[in-house]
Each structure stands twice: as structure tokens, then as C-alpha cells.
Design a protein around this ligand. Structure first.
Ligand SMILES: *Cc1c(COP(=O)(O)O)cnc(C)c1O
Length: 382
């Protein structure tokens, strides 16, 4: 498998997970359901909390898909976030995007604040973020792009330069984009964190997270966190996610084309107040999106300007978009951030970051796009 780096994304996704099967010829790897390994085995496995063949197969594949040298797998995206933040110490400052993923915000506010880690939130689409980084001596700069649910696009290469000038490493949560559409390490990020639960797995049937890097010191810290903090995934979830990764490229193409078609329909034919999609020319950071992503991914947010009750009634009339948290599966879903993902955030705080009562987020699946558009059309008030 040594020359795999020169092969295309799809080839690497399908062929990089074929080790450990030399003696049987199995084309698909088994699930190694074992908690422990006999001492002295040639691959150096000892106990599944610190490594398992299914972790390694997935880690190698995700590393190559992210153009990274190293990857460490964790029990979920949140476990991966915990692993990274656990490397900080009391007094450290993190400069983070203000529209960061809700569970990352909660971890910082309700867990790591108790250990003295301070977070300064800024809007990375405003030039003033540069001064905040320069004056904060941050231990870490934390962004995601696109953000949830506003789909802000942040210029990863530019932020990497600004962070490095201040001596700080940059971590990018790449979950919303997927490895197929965007590779933060190529753009200068030090760490790329992914909830593989979403697009990499793609079938809503397992939770796994990963951190990718080219930096050996960071990699050692991640391996340490996996075993010392008990953040390891399950072999079965790694197996399912590796199977999902094999079709990531074609799924992402369809997620992106379906979402673009739905976004165009919403913008031109429904009278919506705002439609957000990275690859719509009306998106405020359209140019940056086009530069750093090869497709717009599968999330569309729309604000119809309706009341809370009207918005909820609209969502209840949809038949092909079950109301559910999460995203990135082959099936479409819808989410009402004000009453679901961001329900715990006070209304004024929510609205200050654009999460109104009438905001709807679609995770657009890979169904027949005409059916999805028809479903939305039929659910809108006439
Ligand atoms: C879902 C998600 C996570 C957390 O991942 P889990 O696998 O659910 O723990 C982190 N970041 C983003 C952007 C996500 O959407």
C-alpha cells in the first residue's frame, strides 16, 4: 500500500483498509471483537483501549483521505474534542469562532472552564479576529468551516497564517465539509478534527471521531489521550465507518448537488427571507467557499420569516425530512435549531448569532432531488 498517496481519493478510500488479512485472503476485514491481545504479537497490540486492528484500518484510511500523516480515532467527535482540549493546562487561552459547534461550547463552558482554560470567542469573518489572536498569546486557535447552523465560511489558509504568526496551532473542525470536499491540513491547519459519525460513516449507524495531523508531538498526545482518558471507539463502529468511507466521494457529490438544487429552489421560488448555502453566489463568503471546498456539502439553512408556530407546523408537514439532530447520513433530516440543538441557549443570545425562531436547517440526503423539492413545496403554507 506504499504508493497509495499518489492514487485518487476514491481509490484510497476503497483500497487503504486491506491489511491484516494476509492469511485468509478476506477482501473485507473482520471485526476484531477482542478486549486484549496476546503479549508479543508482531503488530504490537496489547489492549483495545490503546489500539485495535479496526481502529488502525480506519485511522490509516482517514489519514490518507485528510492528506495527513497521522490519525487517531475516538469514541465520538466529542471524545476527539475532549482529547485535544485535555492537552491544555490552567491559564491557557483558546481563541475560538463564536458560532462554534454547541457541544464544543458546552465542553469549554461547563467542563474545561473549571480547569482554568479560558476561551475568547470572535467572529472569524471580521478582520478584527487578527488583533484578538495577536494579543491573546493563545495556546490554540479553534475554528470550523462551514459553521453550524449559519454556514459561515472561514478562510482556513489565512487563519493558519495569523495563528502561526502568534505561535499558536490551528485546529479546524472539518465535520460539516467532509474530507472529500475540504482538507484543512493542506490549507495549513495543524489539526483537523472530524466527527466521522456524520459524512464519513454516512449511514447514521455508528459514532466515531478522529484527529488528523502531520505533527508527531500532537500525534503522541492524541494516542496518549485515546488510552489514558478512555476515549477509544468500538471496533464495530470503526468497521461500519470504514465501510461508509469507501463511498464517501460519490455520496458527497450527490449531497452537494441535491443541496445546491434545494437551495436554488428555496431562494428563487419560496419568498424565503434568507437562504444560506456555501455554493450559492448570494452567500457572503461564496468566493472563499469556492476556493477551499470542492463542493458545497449537504447542509442548507433557510429562514422563511414565519412565526415559531408556523415554522414548527411546516416541519411537521414534511414527509421526507424527519425532524432529528445530527446530519450527514444518506437520509434527509430537518432540524429546528431554536427548539432543538440550541434550545438551551437564551433567545437573545441565539438571535444575536442569527438563530431565529424561524430558522430551519436541512441535512440534505442522497434521495431523488425532485422528491425532496416537491416535499418542501407541499409543506409550505399556501
Ligand atoms: C456532530 C458534531 C460533532 C460531535 O460529534 P459526535 O460524533 O456527535 O460526538 C463535532 N463537531 C461538529 C461540527 C459536529 O457536527
Amino acid at each position: 500500500m506504499s504508493n497509495k498517496e499518489s492514487k485518487g481519493f476514491e481509490t484510497r478510500a476503497i483500497h487503504s483498509g486491506r491489511d491484516y488479512v494476509g492469511e485468509t485472503g478476506a477482501v473485507t476485514p473482520p471485526v476484531w471483537l477482542t478486549s486484549t491481545f496476546e503479549y508479543g504479537n508482531p503488530n504490537g497490540f496489547d489492549y483495545t483501549r490503546s489500539g485495535n486492528p479496526n481502529f488502525r484500518l480506519l485511522e490509516r484510511t482517514v489519514a490518507t483521505l485528510e492528506s495527513a500523516q497521522f490519525c487517531t480515532s475516538f469514541g465520538s467527535g466529542v471524545s476527539a474534542i475532549t482529547a485535544v482540549v485535555s492537552t491544555l493546562k490552567s491559564g491557557d487561552v483558546v481563541v475560538a469562532e463564536e458560532n462554534i459547534y454547541g457541544c464544543t461550547f458546552r465542553l469549554f463552558a461547563q467542563v474545561f472552564a473549571k480547569f482554568g482554560v479560558e476561551v475568547r470567542y470572535v467572529d472569524f469573518t471580521e478582520a478584527s479576529y487578527r488583533e484578538v489572536i495577536a494579543s491573546s498569546n493563545p495556546a490554540l486557535v479553534w475554528i470550523e468551516s462551514p459553521t453550524n447552523p449559519n454556514l459561515k465560511i472561514i478562510d482556513i489558509a489565512e487563519v493558519a497564517e495569523v495563528a502561526h504568526a502568534a505561535g499558536a496551532p490551528l485546529i479546524v473542525d472539518n465535520t460539516f465539509s467532509s474530507s472529500y470536499l475540504q482538507r484543512p491540513i493542506e490549507l495549513g491547519a495543524d489539526l483537523s478534527l472530524i466527527s466521522l459519525t456524520k459524512y464519513t460513516n454516512g449511514h447514521s449507524d455508528a459514532l466515531v471521531g478522529a484527529v488528523c495531523t502531520n505533527d508527531e508531538t500532537w500525534q503522541e498526545k492524541m494516542i496518549f489521550a485515546q488510552k489514558a482518558l478512555g476515549l477509544q471507539p468500538s471496533p464495530m463502529d470503526c468497521w461500519l465507518t470504514l465501510r461508509g468511507a469507501k463511498t464517501e466521494a460519490i455520496r458527497m457529490e450527490r449531497h452537494s448537488s441535491n443541496a445546491l438544487a434545494l437551495a436554488e429552489f428555496l431562494e428563487s421560488e419560496t419568498g424565503a427571507v434568507t437562504v444560506r448555502y456555501p455554493f450559492l453566489p448570494s452567500h457572503p463568503q461564496y468566493e472563499i467557499a469556492k476556493r477551499q471546498m470542492s463542493g458545497g456539502s449537504g447542509i442548507v439553512t433557510v429562514d422563511f420569516g414565519m412565526s415559531l408556530e408556523e415554522t414548527q407546523a411546516f416541519l411537521d408537514r414534511l414527509t421526507l425530512f424527519p425532524k432529528a439532530e445530527s446530519l450527514g447520513g444518506v437520509e434527509s433530516l430537518c432540524c429546528h435549531p431554536a427548539s432543538m440543538t440550541h434550545a438551551s441557549v437564551p433567545k437573545e443570545t441565539r438571535e444575536a448569532v442569527g438563530i431565529t425562531d424561524s430558522l430551519v436547517r436541512f441535512s440534505v440526503g442522497i434521495e431523488t432531488v425532485a422528491d425532496l423539492i416537491e416535499d418542501v413545496k407541499n409543506a409550505l403554507p399556501s
